[in-house]
Ligand binder design. Structure first.
Ligand SMILES: Cc1cc2nc3c(=O)[nH]c(=O)nc-3n(C[C@H](O)[C@H](O)[C@H](O)COP(=O)(O)OP(=O)(O)OC[C@H]3O[C@@H](n4cnc5c(N)ncnc54)[C@H](O)[C@@H]3O)c2cc1C
Length: 509
């Protein structure tokens, strides 16, 4: 790496959004440098091998998690025993539950096609379903509709399928208008709330997409825009057969493959390089300053700097004085959504085989009366059934995601209630579950979704990809303009950002 070299663009952060914009720019012939503070690419879409934890110890693990807004809230047995006895060896742990939307055929596929493909990534698709009053209802995937939901909708004349078909009939303007409309409001107007089974089912789907528990806060417009643009063209190509999926060997394999593509296109990637400052002169970016472990401060110059840092943390690296006070306040006060994200190592499967293959969602593990903003939802998978590589032979990896607001994620009492509740909940549904647990790790992240896709913040209401206040400054990632499920949203934002820089239409506006 040549420190004297002047880059066309410097990207701060090798998260999904940073890698997306950096690779697209390199693909168009720009000279690009990506600077990443951690020892690996992927940002929050991080994977850790059990052996790495056993070998490097608890503090190393905690530090790596903390860099991605995640902490260990509990463990069973004690975390020192889990690590000391190397109980995690053979497992691959993504930071929390980390499924990819529609098995990667949304914006992920659009981006892969734009850069001419990536190598060595396998994806394992699966079906997701809701669990309500003792019954399983499958999500719509491709053209496969749950027969009971279809029958119920027909009998009670409830326009259940409008949820999936309306977006494709709507104009961009109509979708824009719905950005500030909640799931609840839309469903009430449609008459969908009349039937609790159908409404509950759509609620589980919307929480899966938005990470928000409260249906009065979920932006229906954000979901519709995602359906129309990320999935619409793929329906025609017959690609939308799965609700979700997992990247083989852990979600980070995807980022590693993109980083390899970036470097093959001539891009420079520098790990262990925390950026301390973006320098600005006469209202224009000029360079970034990195604090290197061995050589101290090093400056890299470019006329364009793209920040992949969650937007609320922008001012850790650039002086607030460069922006109007209102913009600073608005940006720092945007709220994200976190999650209780437990893993369990299981020695047997006690649920019916069909359930072990599904991603199962439920709208209430704990009711809001327990002190939460809204009833707490869960989505769980036996990840290793879809991808056996993430657990040792003869064992199984259970992962789950229970959304909590950022504030709740940092509230010990509320977190501990969920930790206590989860094994009981699973035991109620599948007797014998508790006995199948070898170990359990209770991770909590407070920034799963950088900016919650709420009626007041979704999509076009996020930080614009081009700064209106500092020339040459751009933003990419799940806190900047973009749509859809978290990783896809970070990708969309990276594509929008590259389009803005290059003056090109990459198909995501
Ligand atoms: C526990 C958990 C579970 C999740 N589950 C899912 C899921 O199931 N499905 C899904 O689609 N999404 C999921 N997500 C969300 C998804 O991971 C994020 O939305 C996405 O990865 C965000 O990417 P990003 O590029 O916007 O930001 P980030 O991943 O935050 O990337 C920012 C990068 O910048 C680096 N950085 C920060 N500051 C500096 C600095 N000063 N100098 C240099 N580098 C810096 C960071 O280390 C990081 O690599 C989950 C997230 C978490 C935490």
């Amino acid at each position: 790496m040549d420190k004297e070299k002047k880059y066309d663009a410097i990207v701060i952060g090798a998260g999904v959004g940073g890698l997306t914009v950096g690779t697209l720019l390199a693909n168009e012939g720009l000279c690009v440098l990506i600077l990443e503070q951690c020892d690996r690419v992927g940002g929050r879409a991080l994977s850790i091998k059990g052996e790495e934890i056993s070998n490097n110890g608890l503090q190393w693990y905690k530090d790596l998690l903390a860099a991605q807004y995640t902490y260990i809230a509990g463990a069973q047995p004690e975390i020192d025993t889990i690590i000391g006895q190397r109980m995690l060896d053979g497992y691959t742990l993504d930071v929390g539950y980390h499924a990819i939307s529609a098995n990667g055929v949304g914006y992920m596929l659009d981006f892969e096609e734009l850069i001419g493909g990536i190598e060595g990534v396998n994806k394992h698709g699966g079906q997701w379903a809701s669990y309500y009053k003792g019954k399983i209802y499958k999500d719509l995937a491709g053209h496969s509709i749950d027969p009971e939901l279809k029958e119920l909708a027909k009998k009670e004349k409830i326009p259940y399928l409008d949820f999936y078909t309306d977006p494709h009939r709507m104009s961009d303007e109509q979708i824009d208008e719905l950005e500030k409309v909640s799931l609840k409001e839309w469903a009430e107007k449609k008459g969908i709330t009349k039937n609790d089974i159908i409404y509950n089912h759509l609620h589980t789907v919307c929480t899966l997409f938005s990470t928000i528990n409260n249906p009065e806060d979920i932006s229906i417009g954000d979901i519709f825009r995602y359906f129309k643009y990320a999935f619409g063209p793929k329906i025609a190509r017959g690609l939308t057969g799965y609700t979700g999926g997992f990247v083989e060997g852990g979600v980070m394999e995807w980022s590693k493959a993109v980083a390899a593509r970036f470097e093959s296109l001539g891009g420079d990637l520098k790990l262990n390089s925390p950026v301390k400052e973006i320098r600005v002169a006469d209202g224009k970016v000029t360079s970034v300053v990195v604090e290197e472990k061995d050589s101290g401060k090093v400056e890299f110059t470019a006329d364009m700097v793209i920040s992949n840092i969650p937007a609320q943390n922008t001012f850790r690296v650039i002086d607030k004085k460069n922006f109007p006070e209102k913009w600073v306040n608005d940006t720092t006060s945007m709220y994200g959504y976190g999650s209780y994200a437990p893993y369990m190592g299981l020695n047997k499967l006690v649920m019916p085989e069909e359930h072990a293959h599904l991603g199962i969602k439920n709208t209430c593990v704990l009711p809001m009366e327990e002190g939460y903003d809204y009833d707490v939802y869960i989505c769980w998978n036996i990840q290793s059934v879809l991808d056996p590589r993430v657990a040792p032979e003869g064992k199984y990896l259970y992962t789950a995601y229970l959304p909590m607001t950022e504030k709740e994620s940092l509230d010990k009492t509320l977190v501990n209630k969920l930790i206590a509740r989860l094994p009981d909940f699973m035991e109620e549904v599948y007797p014998g579950f508790k006995d199948s647990i070898d170990w359990k790790l209770d991770l909590v992240c407070w920034k799963l979704e950088g900016v919650a896709k709420s009626v007041s913040q979704a999509g076009t209401q996020k930080v614009p990809v081009r700064s209106e206040h500092v020339e040459g400054l751009y933003f990419a990632g799940d806190t900047a303009k973009g749509y859809g499920v978290a990783m896809d949203c970070a990708i969309a934002s990276g594509v929008i950002c590259a389009g803005e820089i290059l003056g090109k239409d990459f198909g995501i506006r």
